[in-house]
Design a protein around this ligand. Sequence first.
Ligand code: AMP
Length: 437
Amino acid sequence: MSFETLGLSAELLRAVSEQGYSEPTPIQKQAIPVILEGKDILAGAQTGTGKTAGFTLPLLQRLSSKKCEGSKRPVRALVLTPTRELAAQVEESIKSYGKYLPLKSNVIYGGVKIGPQISRLRRGVDILVATPGRLLDHLQQKTLDLSQLEILVLDEADRMLDMGFIQDIKKILAMLPSRRQNLLFSATFSNEIKKLADKLLNSPILIEVARKNTTSEMIAQVIHPVDKSRKRELLCTLIKKEKWYQVLVFTRTKHGADRLTRQLIRERIPAVAIHGNKSQNQRTKALADFKNNKVQVLVATDIAARGIDIDQLPHVVNYELPNVPEDYVHRIGRTGRAGNEGEAVSLVCIDEKKFLKDIERLIKREIPQRIIEGFELDPTIKPEPSKKSAGHRGRNKKTANTTQRAGNSSRRRNNKRSSGGQNAGNNQQRRNSRKSR
Ligand code: AMP
């Protein structure tokens, strides 16, 4: 099947062919015609499936096919994303796919000055991409009017709920016109997502391309058992010996990311850290340097890495396993994207066995284990008793006082606020964990 058969306009087909895409991905094949018809959708699709083009192309077509009355351009489409990085990337996609259309897009997120955003909004924007906290700030300050909105997209909705944005989202929804098209994308379908979908969507068409919590067949996964004290040495050995040139390494904490980055640099491996304590400018630069191969290793925490889209990222390393098993799926989804092969390597010490079990249960497969020669386990090392009983929770509580300077203010508000509800316990654990990430 080609893009031509999907009913897209000549301007969009031209932009798509300039991207070098020859064939639509499964999510694009299913979502584009349905969105063009004006229907609501509930799409189960992870990053890497081509979902951004899946909603951006038909959204652009729908907006361009109907001229807006009046001289001032109201916001007609809104895309909400969980992170600034994802917001910036989605807006970049909108700009490239819409380059032959007379539509204006913009992106707003927290961590940067609000003034320039207000001026840009005043000049008129057709399509706005935003993170919930800053969007709400604009709505409350009345620097943004969404009364003419025609299409709402919630991208990575599960991540947004995970990050404590539900109250912000509810407030935003209350300020939107009731007649509109809604597109909800989520990698997983928790009860919370189902509840949100019930409230938000009107007779939605259900589209699912990758089953819940499955990992792509294109990603080769391997576990290297190793003693905790030798993880750094093993990582350096692998990077040098295997000549890995673009490696995304996950650590559990911001502090851990900084420490590992310093150690890699000491070993003459160009590395940079990306996490919530870095300013937006530092994060943008780190990502750009990594994409342009100026640095070999990007060391990231889960939150900072969400939504990072790097074409053909060959290697993802879990320096530490995540304590939330779903994060493993998201982490390794950074590689093996859109038909490219990728490798996900996890360095697992004796204290992380429980996390490994949880992950394998979630992805319904056992991940092959391979001990690297020279890094055999020291049989005298036993699991640390405190970690075994408290998991990562104890560790996170210890670091929970660190201030997340560059974090989204609204997210912080929500983390404090929402303590009730059936998922509260689970969410609280995630939030404690997030503060250190
Ligand atoms: P997404 O899931 O939207 O984050 O997209 C993942 C990657 O797939 C991005 O780098 C896109 O540029 C790429 N992509 C999107 N659609 C296609 C397509 N039809 N053919 C090949 N690559 C694509």
